[in-house]
Structure formats: structure tokens, C-alpha cells
Unconditional design. Sequence first.
Length: 298
Amino acid sequence: MADNTNPLRRKAIAATTILVAVSLAACSTPNAASSTPSGTTSAPESTTRKVTNAEHEVVFHVTEGKLPALVLDAGGGLSSSYWKDLAPRLAKATGSKVITYDRAGEGESDEVSGPWRVENAVSDLEAGLKELGVTKDVVLVSHSIAGEVATNFVNKNPGWVRGAVLVDANVPDFFTDEMLTAFAPVIEKQKTALHAQPSTKKNRQLLAVMADYAQVHRVFHKLAWPKDVPVTAIVASQTPFADSPDAAQLWRDGQARFAQAGPNRKHVVAENTSHEGIVTERPDIVTGAVDEMLKTVR
């Protein structure tokens, strides 16, 4: 009976598995053809660097170029291969140093036991950028849950980040207490289902992110983006909530509030795009936003 009197709870039930997608995206890499047309000059080759932090290795891929450096961070369940087409396109179009990496538990990086914590993800990124000699003139390009990493990173490291492009990314404004309370039963249902499945790297990472989900995101909700760091928020037209129009609108509203909450912020809607596939469906929008940001901060 309570579900019939609580609109947000009804939205949560309708969304079923969707909230996990907000933080984790889908766990498959989009299929797309190479973005380098036949007969054109290819982008510079990237090199791989392994960085040890807190007794685990994090894998970084670097395409050399000028500063500011573009640091591309994919959504949960997605490795650096998420950027396999966009990274060389950005390197060629902008001439910038381009860095992609696998967060702990993703791609080629080591797994770390225990719940996922954004503080640990920030520490890994800090260690990698220090090792690569990139501790200023950084532009973050962050997708989905990487928006949480970006928000915490810019607050902890003033002076490192010149600007950011958030690609249908998590922003604090969405995770209200009311929303998290309504979605709590969905998270518990997801955890039960995953525990019943074979233990895989993917499932372990999903469970790690869901641990203490409401508590973690209530803390995230209280954060603010620094007013001196320009940011562009690109929103996919389908949002992570393609199966729930009500939840999708709440996501759009949260993104709009974020964009309106401070100076030097832009809000871009990427028409005909999905949450996970946005970088392959409309790479021109992402590339354009990055190019515009580079012109702003150079």
C-alpha cells in the first residue's frame, strides 16, 4: 500500500535495475567502427604505463601531445577501451596529450577488495597523473560514475584541473535523500540477484559499487563543483533511465540544476543518444565540447 502513496517509490519500482546503471553504465563496450577514415593520417600511437598505488597496479594509456592534457574516465563496468575511437580522434583534432586509464577493478587494472570508494579512485588518479608528470593543465572528460571521481578530484586538487566535460555523468544534484530512499529496495534486489550468480570480475565490481550506496551518495549530494573551474555537462537524450520517463526527467532536472548552479557552466543535450553509447553515437558533440573547453582554458 505504501508504494501506491509514494510517487518516488513507484518510479523506483518502474525503473527496476536502472539506478545501478547510473553508477555503473552497462558493462559491455559499445561497438563502433574506427573513427579514422580510410586514406587519412592516423593519430599518434599511445603507450601504456602501469602505476602502483596502495599496493595495486593501475593501467594508464598515454598519447603524447601538448597541454592541457585530456584525461578520459569511463563509466562503471567500462574500461579505457570505451574511448578506443574517441581518444585518437581527440588527439588528432586537438594535438593534446590524451590519457585514458582503467580504474581499479576495471580493464587491465588490479582488483581491490572491499566496497568501492570514490576517495580510492581519486587517489589512484592522483598517483597516475603524478607519475606521468601531469599535475596541472588537466581537462577531465568524465562519463557516468566518473562524474563522482571528477567532482571529488577537483575539490581535493585545486589548481590541477583547468576545466571538465561531463558526459551524461553523475552530478551531486541528482542524488537527493528522497530519491535514494525510494531506490533503496531496488539496490537490495540487485545485490541479492548478483550474489546468486557466479563470482566474476564484473559482478564483484557491481557489488562493490552497491555497498553502502545510499550513504556514499548522500555524501556526494553535499559536494559542490568549484566556481573557478569551467564545466560543460552533456546529457544524453535517453538518459540512463530509458525505461522510466519519470526517472529520466528527474535525471534531466538534476543535470539542469547543476549547470545553472554556478558560473562558467554549460548544459548540452545530445539528441538521439543513449547513456552508454553517447561517445560513439555523437562523438562530434563530445569532441566539440572538448575543443570549446580547450579554447576557453588555453
